[in-house]
Design a binder for this molecule. Sequence first.
Ligand code: FES
Ligand SMILES: [Fe+2]
Length: 340
Amino acid sequence: MLVTKQPVLRRFWYALMPITHLDDGPKPFTLLGEDLVVWKQSDGTPAALRDRCCHRTARLSEGWVNEAGHITCGYHGWQYDCSGACVKIPQLTSEKIPPGAKVPSFRCVEKYGYVWVALEEPLAGIPDFPEDGQPGYRRIFQFYQEWQTSPVRVMENSFDNSHFSFVHKANFGLLEQPRPAPYEFRETDYGFEAITTVPIRNPESSHRVTGTTEPVTDRHLVNRYYLPFCRRFGCSYPASGVDHIIYNCATPIDDGRIMLVQWLYRNDSEESCSTQALIDWDAAITAEDRDILEATDPDACIDTRRKVEFHMPSDQPGLIIRRQLMALLTAHGEAEVFRT
Ligand code: FES
Ligand SMILES: [Fe+2]
């Protein structure tokens, strides 16, 4: 599936960047092939416009934010508000601003410390992270990384229990136990919930993360898939009671790149396991996933009637993701434009 060829994907919210990235001025971001400028207004809320001035097409992301919180083009100083309307042309004296002097604007909000954008009327809200702000949980921004892969690949990999023994064999994977733990599924209005318990290797270097010293321990997983490209990895370690809950947004940049956004919520303290230790531990795992996903074809085939890709019985989550994406695309009349 080439994401930029599926207009319905423009009708979802995507996490673009930490809101703090806007503290020193406007930033560019490409979402589904659409070049955007994102900036922070004077009230602290973010705004997003197409990254093209309507005067001589200069990128607005090369400009700055003025005292009124308007984005100012760096070429001739035209100023725009969050609706995209040009509110000042410095070269004019008494003449009116032409009514057509406008740049396309996009829905833009801040949530969970990130800037989120929906390019068109959203079909669903931003996924709910119930741990965010809940007493006892800390939020850690783990990753904000560009990957050369497709968001479909990231989603299917997120629920794929049969890659642990191989991709993560040097880490938590049990090479001698390649048969994946089965899931219990419940389809929902946002996608699905998948529950399972997975045994993992627990070397000494993992003890502070898992909260236990058993050489092999269990992960209880309450995972969720949120159409089209968000997921929850709801991991609890029953032996210690530690929660290690990850949310990812595989924000589609274009047909070959995503921005991998990862939040972690933990119900322990900095003293029991430091933020840096948690980032480093997940970084080693995430790097293994990144390497293998960047080795796959980013044009992931979601039409399971086509024999483009083989599937195992344990690929059931990936097949549900494909079926739900196909249903979404078909409902919006856009399922016939795949390269594969
Ligand atoms: S190109 Fe932006 S003001 Fe001229
Ligand atoms: Fe993995």
